[in-house]
Design a protein around this ligand. Sequence first.
Ligand SMILES: Nc1ncnc2c1ncn2[C@@H]1O[C@H](COP(=O)(O)OP(=O)(O)OP(=O)(O)O)[C@@H](O)[C@H]1O
Length: 283
Amino acid sequence: MLMSSSGEKRVPFTPVFKLINDAKKRLEGYKYKIIVLSGKGGVGKTFISSSIALGLAIRGRKVAILDADVHGSSIPLMLGIQGARHYADENGDILPVEGPLGVKAVAINLMLDSPDLPVVWRGPLVSRAITELLSKVAWGSGDYLVIDMPPGTGDAAITLVQSLPSITGAIIVTAPNMLTETIVAKAVNFTAKNNVRLLGIVENMSYFKCPVCGTVFNLLGKSTGEYLASKYGTVLLGMIPLDPLINEAVDKGVPYLLAYPHGEAAKAIMELVDKIIKNTEAN
Ligand SMILES: Nc1ncnc2c1ncn2[C@@H]1O[C@H](COP(=O)(O)OP(=O)(O)OP(=O)(O)O)[C@@H](O)[C@H]1O
């Protein structure tokens, strides 16, 4: 600690570029970093990110997940670790919370006194908080880091992408007919402008298959995933059906993929995970 000439205590100020460098170094231990984004809230981005992380762990990969959706942080809920809290080691480094199947999770929600407290921060503060968080987590090493991105394509999303070393690819989550076209276009442009490879689009809440008669209903409207993928020169990685058991599992505090491994959406998620593995590990 330093003292000013008038005797006031001074501590060194860490500039943002140093935090970004520190964050990059700390994340170098992960072979593949996948960002999951959507241009619009409520399409199931958090459900898809947490399920990809768990699915990769089911396939034997060492996985970590970052909940960067600061205002709508719900990864802990989806992983069934809502009551857990982050601790720091003796160096002050933040330790990830170990979730099911050894998935390491980092989330602002796991640092709050109560998960119900709103995070009332404006854009610049959110960006700084994310960078600072990334620069202080003892991530260790592993195969995959999945990042549930902040909603939209604004400041927080840009800062995050700039703080990550060598992003393997991005997955855009969409849902049928939710004004998808412009929203997906924005997300696609975001990846292009930030030089991130687009792995593909996932259409969530694609359809509902009646468990009794097997009839398929397009409850949210006609699927647009295939059309959007071809329009933006990418692939449709998966169509995940609506499954009421997802919220039932969340309410029970158990991840859906573990509670209902034979559920309709679980099968589609595991197919998606296998495509991700093929796509990333072959390159
Ligand atoms: N395929 C699905 N079938 C049924 N319910 C789903 C499905 N996908 C997500 N949900 C539910 O929809 C709600 C919104 O999902 P989620 O929180 O993942 O969306 P989000 O895009 O991250 O939202 P936000 O941007 O508002 O945080 C949750 O209650 C989730 O359990």
